[in-house]
Structures are given as C-alpha cells and as structure tokens.
Design a protein around this ligand. Sequence first.
Ligand code: ATP
Ligand code: MG
Length: 560
Amino acid sequence: MTEEKLVEEGSARSLNFLEEIINESIDRGEKRIQTRFPPEPNGYLHIGHAKSICLNFGLAKKYGGKCNLRFDDTNPVKEDVEYVNSIKEDINWLGFQWAEEHYASDYFDQLYDWAIELIKNGKAYVDDQSQEEIRLSRGTVTEPGKESPWRNRSVEENLDLFQRMKAGEFPDGSKVLRAKIDMAHPNMLMRDPIMYRILHTEHHRTGNKWCIYPMYDYAHGQSDSIERITHSICTLEFDVHRPLYDWFIQELGIYPSHQYEFARLNLTYTVMSKRKLLQLVQQGVVMGWDDPRMPTIGALRRKGYTPASVRAFAEKVGVAKRDNVIDLSLLEFCVREDLNKTSERRMAVLNPLKVVITNYEEGKKELFRAVNNPEDETAGTREVPFSRELYIERDDFMENPPKKYFRLQPGGEVRLRYSYLIRCEEVVKDAAGEIVELRCTYDPMSGGGSSSDGRKVKGVIHWVSAADAVEAEVRLFDHLFTKEDPNNVEADKSFLDYLNPDSMVKVTGYLEPSLGGAKPGDRFQFERVGYFCCDKDSKSGHPVFNRTVTLKDSWAKMNK
Ligand code: ATP
Ligand code: MG
C-alpha cells in the first residue's frame, strides 16, 4: 500500500466488522455499549496492546459507551504491582481514561460461590488426577477423551473436597476442579476443562487468602458478566474458547456478555511475545523494557513517538479477521506525519566538517532569526548564533561532485540556512589525505536571503557555530532484527541469532545552543537530518538525544 492511499483511507473508511457488530446490537435494542481492556499484569504493554486499547476505548467512545480497565490477575506466579502501574501509565499516555478500574482477583469470592453452584448442579467435580494425567486423557482431535475415574463423585463429596481445597488441606497439583461437560466434545477445550488449580502462592493483591486460583477460561467470561460488558473483544486465538465462555455464562444464568475476536497485530522486524521481550531485557541485548528499540509503549514514548501517532497507526491498521503482519514502516510513517506538524525545527550536525570563514572577523558574533516550525506559525522564531568557525555535515561537501550536486564543492557556493552565502576556497587535508577543514569566504551582503549581485544559489545546508555548539550524545536507532520475521526461524536457530549489530549507533552531535535547555521527552526535527527526542539519560551539560525516525523512509527504498 502506498502512503498516499493510506492517508485517504484513514479519512473516509467504511465500518470495520466490529463496528458492524455493534450497529447490529444497537438495532436489536442494545442501549449501552460497554467494553474492557483486560491486560494480565505480567509484563509491559507493547504496540499490539496499544492496538487493543485503541480499539476497546475507541469503540466505547464512538458509541457513547464506557471502557473498563480490568487486570486479569488470576495467575499469582508471574504478576506484579510494578506492571499494574506501568500499564496504567501507558493507557493514560495514549490518551484514554477508563470508566472503572477492576481486578479479576476482586471477583474471587463471587467466582468461588459460582463454582459451588455448578458443583451443586452437577456441573463440576473435583478430580484427583494429576494435570499430566488429565492432559493425556483428553484424547485428540479425532479421538474422544477418557472420562476421569473421579468424574461421578457425589455432589456432597465434591462440595466437601472443593471446600477443603480452598482451606489449604491439599498440596499443589494434587486436585483440580473441572467443569463436567463432555469428554467426547469435538472442541477439546470443552472436554471437562479445569476451572481451579491449587497454588500455595501469595498473590500481589489477595495475599495468602487463596490457595486455589481460577483458570483464565473460568474467570474471564464471568468477570465480563459481572461488569456487564456488552462486547468482549479479544484476539483470534480465543475463538476456540468462545463455546466455553458461553457455556459458563449459560449454566450460571448470568448477564450474557459476548466475545468477539479480531486478528492480533504483528509487526515486521520485531518480536512481541512477552517471553521473548523478557529474554532481550534479561540477556542485556537492550538497555531495558523502555529501550527505544523495543516494541513496548514505554519504548515508543522514550524514542519520541507521540500518542497521536500511535493512535493514527492503530486506526490505519484497521481491524482484521485474519492474522497478518504490518510493515514497521507504516508505524514510522505515522510518527513522521505527526511530528512534521508538531515538532520545532533546530539545526544540528551529526557528522561534522569544520568550516572557517576566512573573511569573517575573529571574535565577532551575529544572531540570525530562524523559524521554529514552518507548519505552525504560532511556534514563533528563535535566534541562532553565527561566527567565524562553523560545522557543516560532511555529506554536504564533495571534492569531486557529480553533476547536479548543489551542495558545497571546491569553488562552489552554498546558502547557509537562515544566514550567508559561502564559497569554498580551499580544502585542507591531513597527512592521511582526509579532509579536515574547509576554508571559505562569505558574501557580507547575502544575509537576508539575497546576494550582493542578485545571483541565485541552489543549495541550502544546515550548520552550527563551532564555539556555541552544544555537544550531545545522539543515538541512531535501526531495526533490532535483520530478519523481517524473527519469529519464524530455522529449527536450529533462535530469534537472537538475527540481532542487528547496528541497531544502535552512538555519535557525538553538535547542536545549536538553544537545544542545551532541552528536557527529557522534548521532541525536535533536526533540519535535514531527522526527528529526535531528548532522552532521560541526559545530564546537565551532556544531553542525550534519540532518533525517533528519519526524515524519509530510507529502509523501504533500500529494500525495493
Ligand atoms: P502474552 O504475550 O503473554 O501472550 P498477551 O499478549 O495475551 O500476553 P494480555 O495482557 O493478556 O497479553 O493482553 C491484554 C489484551 O491485549 C488482550 O485482550 C489481548 O488479546 C490483547 N493483545 C495482546 N497482544 C496483542 C496484539 N499483538 N495485537 C492485538 N491485541 C493484543
Ligand atoms: Mg493473555
């Protein structure tokens, strides 16, 4: 898809299938739209979650409804309050506010009572088989499973055993509570699924109150029902869980929430599974969860992404019913488009070549007025100092240029942005033949964009005054992986075998002095270079900048 086409589609698209579903429910008389975002607090949110957040909160907003935040904290082993806080921060940063904040663990009492009810109705039983035995007796897609020898325990015995499971009388793994459905059901998940397991583990919210914990399938639909969720939206892999979701709700006769599935978001050149992301952090491949090369929301924020750009991306990606992989360059396109409108321009030289203006007085300094953002008049102007010694970008000079090279060359003239015309008079080299300095002259009459005799000069380059420049560490990021799909590797390889050794290159940049006061999170366009964001590693006198994105999509072009 071309970028132009995507812009058009974003502005006037037809309804996605979830919007159609919601319209149908409204037609059937649904008065209220209630969604939820249900993260498990066992890791940091990534761009895939951002898609789900934009969808759930976005649909609620569009239909005048509400979206809850519910922490799906039914597995005490991997969960932590650190993640709870980061998840809330990320959702707020994306620009969304939940109607109610809930925790599946707040429903443990209610879920327990409902389990008792199912036991009483003969719909659940305590099984003494090990989880391994249960797994082995489930059968296959073509063969039915085997009924457990404990399947026909009396209601009294089940009630007694389940209460004693809760009271902590049995060790981990010795018993489970299972739903009594059908061991020959064509859907394997319906073959007497496990509802509760014993785990003598402290929970980050309920402490040691519980030593039995509900499984995802037993907790999720009922939590939705308690919150009267009308549209429970989840990713495609849960479509086989839907019959079970419906079964519990029906057997309990509670509010009928419904589940709808959409395709999860996958991105090229990155991994998104929490397990793999954790590996990257633990093995020190990246600087942490918010390393700008990670796909986490925290990383995108640190890299300089705006909330609006992530929302625009989620919108452009749309909602699919089939799994697909989205090109990372689409995400980059979105942030570029937003930053072009919103970020102030500055001059910075990342690969410096010294220029001495031989006819400019030593010690003299002038200030030139520069426009902060040509896309936004209200952004105003600033002053940029000019002096005898400057830095320009090495790429902006060529000793033996091809035709139509309009930047600086021996004997040639170029405009210094906002300032004078200069002419290259002499190229100074070191013993090894490397160019170390250009000696130039300037046209004193050319300051206001004119020249002394009306001659026209095509090339305009950026520059900084050497004496005034602020030195900064500039981190240039590229894809973390060299492989488009690092999840799909040969049998004897791991995704870690495809790390891009140049995914972060650090250079010293020379920035115009106004950037000396930048604070972490401030975003700029370095003119002609790219978009950059001040990093939290900055110290007074030593700013650090992250490249958010290049000005143009060099990767897509290179790979054509
Ligand atoms: P894991 O990586 O361990 O499988 P998860 O991705 O399922 O975890 P959750 O915290 O359970 O993480 O996800 C919260 C919500 O975000 C769920 O509704 C889930 O379907 C959705 N979600 C997760 N990953 C993606 C993705 N790549 N694209 C779209 N939605 C996603
Ligand atoms: Mg999950």
